[in-house]
Structure formats: C-alpha cells, structure tokens
Design a protein around this ligand. Structure first.
Ligand code: ADP
Ligand code: MG
Length: 338
C-alpha cells in the first residue's frame, strides 16, 4: 500500500501528514494529544481547545483528509516505503522527484529526513529518508552504470550557502532558456551510501552550529540535499531526487516582529513558502507560468516543478494542545498544495 498507486489518481503531487509522539517535556507540562485518526488511511481530526482555561471541555473539531496520515507509531522506514520507494524507478529513468518536510519547528522535519542520528534509537527513526532513499538509489544506479553526485546546501534569507563547503555563499544564475545554475555548488561523486552519509553528517553538524533554542538557524533556513544521477561517460543528467528540510513554518509569522532581523527573515520565509505552494500546484494545473522566480528557494528548485517531476509533501505536526494553532496552520497550508 503506497501513496502513488492508481486509486490516488494521476496527480504528480502527494500530500501526507506525519504526527510525532508526545515528548516527555510536553507531558510534564500537561500538554495533551489533540490529534485523532477516525479511520480511513488519510483522515485525521484536530480537536482544537477553544479556551485556555478549560482545555478539556470546549473543543472544536477540524477534519482533514490527505493521501496518507502517519501516526506516532509509523517509523521512517514505513514512511519511506509509502512515499519515496515507489518513485525509485521514476528517478532511475531520468526524471525528478522531490520530497519536502514542512511544519513548525519541533514537529519532526529533521527526524523524518535525517533520523535521530543515533543508531541505538529503537523507535524506527534511527535513520531517516536521506539514508533510506539514497541507499536504494546508489545501489541501483551502480548496477545501471550511472554515477551519483551529492550536493547539500541551504537557502537562508534569500542566500544560497554550500553546506559541503563550510557555508560558502553561492550565486544563482539563470540563462536565456530558463536553466538555473547554482554557480560553484560543490557536487561530490559518491560510490556508496556510507560515503554519502559522511557528507550529510558533516553538513548537518554545520547546520547545528550556534543553535540555541532562541536563535536556531536551522529553523530559519531551508536545507536541500540533491542526489543526482549522471551518465558515467558523459556526465549528462540522468535523474534526480531532492530532499528538502524546510524552515520552520511558524517563522513565516515573524514577518510582523519588532526586531528588524527577525522580521526580514520571517518575510523571506513567508514569501518562499507561499511561492512553494504555487509552484507545486503548477505541476498539476499545467500552468505555463510557474512562478519559480518568486523566491530563491523555488528558483533553485525549478526542475522540481516542471515536466513530469513528482512531489511529495510531508507535513509534520506536533500532537499537543499547545501547538494547536501552528498545527492547524500547517494542515491548512498542506491542504492548499493540491
Ligand atoms: P524539526 O526539525 O521539525 O524542528 P525535529 O525533527 O528536530 O523537529 O524534532 C523535534 C523533537 O521531536 C526531537 O527531539 C525529535 O527527536 C523528536 N521527534 C520528532 N519526530 C519524532 C518521531 N516521529 N518519533 C520520535 N521522536 C520524534
Ligand atoms: Mg529541524
């Protein structure tokens, strides 16, 4: 059972929701789970507390339906099998597939993409989509005689920063035919998943530098991992998987902050997330004028929005009552992507 089978229709876009478990700290502050699954694979209900005083009584229920709803009991492996594994052939036959993790900070985007980074973790999330997807692609590519190139970069305040080169700032150029190039982007040939994981680990460590909860850059930047297949002899492109760990969606609201820097970051994130939604939708509406130039994020991801590219959005949500407003915003955004 996966989200690309025929009963989901012929769209190039799939939207899933992933709920993470309650964390210890949330239980300790008497947060409670407001998300339920009434049955039906993609359905979920948010029981929004109406008052801050009596959290248990007055609730307003909001129902949603997506291509899939993953609960706190689904691990990364199951998510990979349902979403990306079915796109392996699509990528190996020269086309593009992109997966976005979208949601508020702390809702599980990085856990989904990178895993816990702790191989002792027993909850099925020790490793993430980066590893699960690339392992399969790298081994299949080898048997087809294709080479695999990795690049990993960040879009922060409209700037492109190379995570494989100590956050070196890169320029983006667009030629007359609309081809977009990130000039000087480091592309590393890898011949094993292990080699790729070493690069990803270094890049993730770099992203985490200087993170305090108040000023965490990873919540304010979009991280983009590209796994590109190329013909070994000619280096011509032969398919690409792109995995995007988006900036915290709650940051878009910072655009009204008093602090100038925070406001500028929030405005940029707001713009890029709105533009992203339009660009993904254009995959299905056949809009010839995909507004990918509307933000740096969508500009560098142009190939993800044209031709027969396929896109998966995984909207991650926290289960707790204290996150209700952000959770509803995330689900409403996800609903409008299709
Ligand atoms: P984000 O990248 O969206 O800010 P994280 O992935 O860092 O969020 O997750 C926040 C916290 O929740 C981390 O401690 C992470 O380990 C935990 N977490 C997130 N998703 C899950 C999950 N599905 N199962 C168990 N723990 C999770
Ligand atoms: Mg994160």
């Amino acid at each position: 059972k996966h989200i690309w089978d025929a009963e989901h229709g012929s769209s190039n876009i799939r939207v899933c929701v992933r709920k993470r478990p309650m964390l210890k700290v949330e239980r300790h502050r008497h947060d409670f789970d407001i998300i339920s699954a009434p049955g039906g694979s993609g359905a979920l209900v948010v029981h929004e507390p109406r008052t801050k005083v009596d959290l248990t009584k007055a609730v307003e229920s909001h129902e949603f339906c997506f291509d899939a709803f993953f609960t706190e009991f689904d691990g990364n492996e199951a998510i990979h099998e349902a979403t990306l594994a079915p796109l392996l052939k699509h990528v190996l036959t020269g086309r593009s597939a992109t997966v976005f993790a979208f949601g508020q900070t702390g809702s599980g985007k990085t856990c989904t993409m990178a895993g816990h980074g702790n191989h002792a973790a027993q909850d099925g999330n020790a490793i993430g989509l980066y590893e699960l997807a690339s392992r399969r692609i790298i081994s299949e590519a080898k048997s087809l005689g294709l080479a695999v190139q990795i690049s990993f970069y960040e879009v922060y305040r409209g700037k492109v920063l190379d995570l494989l080169r100590g956050r070196a700032r890169l320029e983006v150029l667009e030629d007359g035919c609309g081809h977009v190039t990130v000039v000087g982007l480091h592309k590393v040939l890898v011949d094993s998943a292990e080699a790729m994981l070493r690069l990803v680990k270094q890049a993730e460590d770099l992203r985490a530098v200087g993170c305090t909860s108040a000023n965490e850059t990873s919540s304010r930047s979009h991280a983009i991992l590209e796994v590109a297949l190329v013909e070994a002899s000619s280096s011509l492109p032969a398919g690409k998987l792109t995995l995007v760990d988006l900036a915290g969606s709650e940051r878009a609201a910072d655009s009204t902050s008093k602090d100038r820097q925070t406001r500028a970051e929030g405005a940029e994130i707001n713009k890029s997330l709105l533009c992203l939604k339009e660009c993904i939708r254009a995959l299905d509406t056949g809009d010839a004028h995909t507004p990918f130039r509307g933000s740096k994020l969508t500009q560098v991801l142009r190939e993800s929005f044209i031709g027969d590219a396929k896109t998966v959005m995984i909207a991650t949500i926290a289960p707790g009552s204290s996150a209700a407003e952000n959770t509803l915003n995330t689900l409403r955004y996800a609903q409008r992507v299709r």
